[in-house]
Design a binder for this molecule. Sequence first.
Ligand code: 13P
Length: 337
Amino acid sequence: MTELNKIALQILSKGKGILAADESTATMTKRLDSVKVQSNENNRLLFRQTLFSSLSMKECIGGVILYDETIRQKTSTGKTIPELINSTGSLTGIKVDTGAKVLAGSKEEKVTEGLDGLRERLKEYYKLGARFTKWRGVYSISDKYPSKLSISANAHVLARYAALVQEAGMVPIIEPEVLMDGNHSAKDCQHKTSEVLQKCYEELELNNIDLKGTILKPNMILPGTNSGEKISSEEIAELTLECLKNNVPSSVPGIAFLSGGQSEIEATANLNQINIKNNTGFVMTYSYGRALQQSALKFWSKDLKNITGTQEIFDHRAKMCTLAAQGKWSKNLENSK
Ligand code: 13P
């Protein structure tokens, strides 16, 4: 087993998942504004360090993805954030893209940037304690999109990113996110996600990526939020599994879904069904941002000093997600706080 494969499996095994706490300062400010908390360096640190010192870190969270600001911060006890995360047995990850920018040539679409200077940044992140990384490509669905250009441009940069990350001794999370927004059907989402994944793996192979040392972070297959289509968790699971089975090479050790705007319960129930029906051989777990943090953030915003109460809310969510990552979640367990 290679070192990178070991890291990937350490993050994902035994029902563990990933806490995506890598919101850029702009995104974190939106999240804090929504609960009327001032977005300053100290408050961003306080909320995040509250989560990273929760009890569930040990049992549930195999890895935490950080943003550049957070990986450099220290807690009040003088520990660095990576030291705090590592002391729970979880691994530190870092978002290394610099965001999705307008794609010249198809201006309603986006391509993710961040390759310039990446080799040097990766060396620094490794020294700061990171052992895995994230890069997110983003695609929207409409009658004309995603275009072949956006599919190809994003796959190309994702693969070049992954090559640099493996060269630096870290595991790249490959995140091609087909957005939920739109009128499209779940079938359309399955179609477009399949095209996106195929192109990503074509480019990853061209760039000689060791797939065993990667993690895929895809969207689930869902109907567009404005489509009016309602489908069950069972159907979502079937469409998602079919898509991944047909388009992801079997050497990929694990898949960690993004929540993408689903509610906490939807993201948990859908992951649970995916695991009940999992016939793919891939580990299927979570790499949630909003679906792990939303309730905790709301609770914390009412009293920034109530650390224990905030941690209890987070611990419950993390436990539910970890049960879902083993197909063991139920509504009864959800309500048995
Ligand atoms: P959500 O789970 O909130 O979609 O965030 C996951 C993520 O890391 C998006 O890049």
